[in-house]
Design a protein around this ligand. Structure first.
Ligand code: BES
Ligand code: ZN
Ligand code: ZN
Length: 505
């Protein structure tokens, strides 16, 4: 399946008849780990169960090819014991089933919704199918536009959710819409993040995002270096000073059609370093190619913003993205330089590779001009994040414990883990400078992820609710989850931040 054919192929139809080359049934086990069947269960499936070929254990599936004309192929998927079920199991099972569908060259997939509703009830069936197809679609992503020979598009032409009960129409339609929007927006984030930096320049990203914003009725403003200078964003500009590429700040403003009284203004902020060479404090060459992904924070907020907008968020969303390229060069910022900021505080640059916090400090300060009720930023900020948390959860910080809990709630719903780290003011002592108001790094390797966060906190005004997520450890190479690509951008947290932006109260 090719991403650009998303909408043509993602024709999840609602229909009343089972008609397609492959029939998919999704099963829960009972508490005894048995598969309950009834007289309506197709005999082929009953045989599979009787023979022990298919037990219905979590994340399992079996495919039986029709052996004669006019008969459908049978595909069964297992979600394990119903009382232990989670959407994540369904999401991962959906991803595995996608791989089977692709390998077996299925062209029309027909899903037995009635049987699942009968076994699980409407609510659990809706949640399960939603997560299942989320995983299914997310697993279909490829990024091979730069290969001279591309992987052929899959054979899948349609997916039909079959239900005989009209009462199911509403939630099935919602599920289809949400699945398509989720896949589309996650793919956008992955595409932006995977773009190599010779194409993916600040100008490229600004123009690409502006085009998409127009399509969805979201206002887009682009600030070039002259405008940033007028805004005294010298710290942001110092990061791109060594690059031939012009730095850009992109501002997206989504305003809901109905202005409900309870609506809030949520600001999303993202680090968009299109390539992080480290600058004068240049990085070692090992895996430096991964630093094309150093704009994943911005890409994630782009995906979340469009997702929330397309799903009809009642909250206003103002998204600010700082795009620039961190390069050595004659004009590059040097260690020891002291730079002024939009907030009026001065920063001594100790390490030009600690540049993400410089980008965000000025952009976060600008975000506060929009008087948001809450600001959430995300960035591939520190390698130390992987040391602290491995690959399973990114680091969350907030100056407001209720806000942290709300973000953790959103992440629990999407099952994209976050883990809160402390933001005690004493951590700032390590960043006190001899010559300026602060240093951007202490260069002794201790508590790197927290120090990044505490640095940015200096640019948040009294009373402003703010949270920061360092996703450096989860931005790419997350193939341990079957719905993520083995290599390259994961698109993780697009769903969580969209959920948060929509539902923040
Ligand atoms: N972009 C990097 C962080 C990063 C590292 C992201 C590895 C993804 C994978 C960031 O700008 C950086 O270089 N941070 C330094 C900070 C240090 C100099 C204080 C780091 O983590 O080493
Ligand atoms: Zn860096
Ligand atoms: Zn960086």
């Amino acid at each position: 399946m090719k991403n650009e054919m998303l909408h043509k192929l993602f024709a999840l139809n609602h229909s009343k008849t089972m008609d397609g080359d492959t029939l998919l049934s999704i099963f829960f086990q009972n508490d005894k780990k048995e598969l309950p069947t009834n007289s309506q269960t197709p005999t082929e499936i009953q045989d599979l169960i009787k023979n022990g070929v298919f037990t219905g254990s979590a994340k399992s599936s079996s495919f039986i090819r029709a052996s004669y004309i006019d008969k459908n192929n049978i595909l069964v998927a297992g979600l394990g014991v119903k009382s232990d079920s989670t959407p994540e199991i369904a999401r991962q099972t959906g991803a595995m089933v996608y791989n089977k569908v692709a390998a077996e060259k299925v062209s029309e997939l027909c899903v037995d919704v009635d049987a699942l509703v009968k076994a699980a009830g409407k609510e659990l069936a809706a949640v399960t199918l939603g997560a299942f197809f989320e995983g299914f679609y997310l697993a279909s992503y490829t990024f091979d536009k730069y290969k001279s020979v591309q992987k052929p598009a899959g054979k899948l032409k349609s997916i039909t959710l079959v239900s005989s009960d009209k009462k199911n129409d509403g939630w099935i339609k919602n599920l289809i819409e949400k699945t398509l929007v989720t896949a589309d927006c996650t793919f956008l984030t992955r595409d932006l993040s995977n773009e190599p930096s010779n194409i993916g320049t600040p100008t490229y990203y600004a123009n690409t995002i502006a085009k998409i914003a127009k399509q969805y009725g979201v206002k887009c403003t682009i600030m070039g270096e002259a405008e940033c200078k007028k805004e005294n964003m010298h710290l942001f500009l110092s990061v791109g000073a060594g690059s031939t590429q012009e730095s850009k700040v992109v501002i997206l403003e989504y305003t809901p059609k109905t202005g409900a009284k309870s609506a809030k203004t949520v600001s999303l902020v993202g680090k968009g370093v299109t390539f992080d060479s480290g600058g004068i404090s240049i990085k070692p060459s090992m895996r430096m190619e991964d630093m094309k992904h150093d704009m994943t924070g911005a890409a994630t907020m782009v995906g979340s913003t469009f997702m929330a907008a397309r799903l009809g968020s009642k909250n206003k969303i103002v998204t600010l993205l700082g795009f620039c390229e961190n390069m050595p060069g004659n004009n590059a910022t040097q260690p020891g330089n002291i730079i002024n900021t939009r907030a009026g505080k001065t920063v001594e640059i100790i390490n030009t590779d600690a540049e993400g916090r410089l980008v965000l400090a000025d952009v976060l300060h600008l975000a506060q001009d929009y008087k948001p009720d809450v600001i959430l930023d995300t960035a591939t900020l520190t390698g130390a994040c992987t040391v602290a948390l491995g690959k399973l959860a990114s680091a969350l910080f907030s100056n407001d414990s209720k806000l942290a809990d709300q973000i953790l709630d959103s992440s629990e719903q999407t099952e994209e883990h976050l883990w809160e780290l402390p933001l005690w003011d004493e951590y700032f002592d390590d960043l006190k400078s001899n010559y300026a108001d602060m240093m951007n790094s202490a260069n002794d390797g201790a508590g790197g992820t927290i120090r990044g966060a505490i640095f940015m906190k200096q640019f948040i005004k009294e009373g402003q609710k703010w949270a920061h997520v360092d996703l450096a450890n989860r931005a790419y190479d997350q193939g341990y989850l079957p719905y993520n690509p083995r290599k390259g951008s994961s698109g993780v947290y697009v769903r969580t931040f969209a959920e948060f932006a929509m539902n923040y109260r």
